[in-house]
Write a protein that binds this ligand. Structure first.
Ligand SMILES: [Zn+2]
Length: 366
């Protein structure tokens, strides 16, 4: 994918550079030639296990095609335009998302990042060396960040919002607050064939109550709560579980709703004798108001919406970079699945929208 990206940049005459974590940047114009910084677009090319074709790549491909469109329209930007391919956005191997943008902004320290381990116990530092990379270079990269005057990430929508609105594209104005919690529900391991029901302390029963409780809490607070990963010990068909560990993913459009959702689930968990530990929590991210308003004006009539998914654009926004997003309609809403899809005409509408936005922000002249 990285070689493909480098080749696409080369064939367009874009100047390719890498920052300290390995994110790739292709520049049309001199990225250091504008004190206000360049207009950067792009996304990521990595995916999740059994993922789809659009989450990430649509943003990178659309960025390259938007540049093609500006050129075929005979437009020349006054400010430099950059296309970025962020590394390890999904965190599929080491468990932390948006590593590429987190490291260059300092949101994730090199020390913590390099010590992350995959399912086989291999650290990110070891994996980088095996791949011929240099883990020692990892760290915040203020020079790479200073080149970004504004960042606009185009992404396939990961929900059904645009179907209902009847529009092919929308402007993204923010990311919901979200977090992950680990819940350990205790029980007493015993024999499934000889332990009377009245004598059992079955960790899975408590876990099942929490799965349903999470749903109830989400309905009560108009949020989202999901338990998608459960580890049961000892995990035998004929064994009553002595411990169940469940991971809760909770998201909401505002902090209060998220806190209320998690508090309700935690209260139920504590009542079951469980221990709840927060593994991560990311506050609500508002994209740049001025930029969002400008995009909405350029994309005359495009709806403005927020999303429950995390993106590199959110990490950059939290680091003070003016950022916004463009979403392209997903006719099924399915994402992180091979069934993820966008109609070709909607993809082209996305390219046209991005080209208009780039022309406006980069002050393109005929
Ligand atoms: Zn993505």
């Amino acid at each position: 994918m990285r070689e493909w990206f480098a080749g696409e940049c080369a064939s367009r005459g874009l100047g390719l550079s890498e920052d300290r974590v390995g994110n790739q940047w292709g520049w049309w114009g001199d990225p250091d030639g504008s004190t206000a910084g360049g207009i950067v677009t792009g996304s990521h090319l990595d995916s999740v296990p059994d993922g789809g074709a659009f989450d990430g790549p649509l943003g990178v491909v659309s960025a390259l095609l938007a540049i093609d469109k500006l050129r075929s329209d005979g437009l020349r930007p006054t400010r430099p335009i950059g296309v970025v391919n962020f590394v390890d956005e999904e965190g599929a191997r080491f468990g932390v998302s948006c590593v590429g943008s987190r490291v260059i902004t300092g949101a994730l320290s090199a020390e913590k990042g390099l010590a992350l381990r995959d399912a086989d116990g291999v650290t990110m530092a070891e994996a980088m060396r095996t791949a011929g990379r240099h883990p020692d270079s990892l760290g915040p990269d203020p020079e790479a960040l200073a080149r970004i005057g504004s960042f606009v990430e185009l992404h396939i929508e990961q929900g059904r919002g645009l179907i209902d609105l009847g529009h092919p594209v929308a402007v993204g104005n923010g990311l919901w607050s979200h977090g992950r919690w680990r819940i350990e529900i205790p029980g007493e391991p015993n024999h499934a064939g000889t332990t009377r029901l009245s004598d059992r302390r079955d960790a899975v029963i408590g876990c099942a109550q929490l799965v349903l409780g999470a749903r109830t809490a989400a309905e009560a607070h108009d949020s989202l709560a999901t338990i998608g990963k459960i580890n049961i010990m000892p995990g035998g068909v004929n064994a009553i579980a002595g411990l169940a560990t469940a991971w809760l993913d909770a998201r909401a459009s505002d902090e209060a709703a998220l806190s209320a959702t998690v508090a309700q689930i935690a209260e139920q968990a504590v009542g079951l004798g469980a221990v709840v530990a927060e593994e991560s929590r990311t506050p609500h991210t508002d994209f740049d108001d001025v930029l969002v308003t400008r995009l909405a004006r350029v994309l005359d009539g495009a709806p403005v919406m927020s999303t429950g998914a995390g993106h590199d654009a959110g990490i950059l926004a939290n680091a003070g970079v003016p950022a916004a997003m463009i979403f392209v309609r997903n006719p099924t809403g399915v994402s992180h699945s091979p069934a993820e899809w966008a109609e070709p005409e909607d993809c082209l509408a996305g390219v046209a929208a991005l080209a208009s936005v780039l022309a406006e922000l980069a002050e393109a002249q005929p």
